[in-house]
Design a protein around this ligand. Structure first.
Ligand SMILES: [Zn+2]
Length: 136
């Protein structure tokens, strides 16, 4: 009954979703902009963490290197964006913003996921405030 972590509501495998995220956003980590080659391994990063109710669908996933993904833990995406920037990495706020809006649109269109609507709204607001604060 309950699907494994690798299966998705859309019937795509985890590997297929990772490939699609890279196709969509380019072969670069959303948190540090490193290109996925050799030692820089691409992983699926959840916009809304699974523990917060984030679904395993393409719209909730971005490609991130295994280092940034592992270090993020359960931080919210915008909080982690600020932290990696403070650590001297070069995150991709535009990719993050597009991802958050994409997930929000999916939920608006298909319903469900009531639990994460406020979370998404809050993150987008933080991101907009951050952008207009003219640092970075
Ligand atoms: Zn990274």
């Amino acid at each position: 009954m309950n699907g494994s972590a690798a299966s998705s509501a859309d019937g795509w495998s985890a590997a297929e979703r990772l490939a699609a995220a890279i196709e969509r956003d380019g072969p670069y980590c959303v948190w540090c902009s490193r290109e996925f080659t050799g030692l820089v391994r691409a992983t699926r990063e959840h916009l809304v963490p699974r523990v917060k109710g984030g679904p395993s669908v393409l719209e909730n996933e971005l490609a991130a290197c295994s280092r940034c993904n592992r270090e993020r833990g359960h931080r919210s995406p915008v909080q982690w964006l600020d932290e990696v920037a403070a650590r001297g990495r070069e995150p991709r706020p535009d990719v993050l913003a597009a991802g958050l809006r994409r997930l929000q649109r999916r939920i608006d269109e298909r319903g469900g996921h009531r639990r994460i609507r406020d979370y998404l709204r809050t993150e987008l607001r933080k991101l907009e405030r951050r952008g207009s604060a003219a640092h970075g």
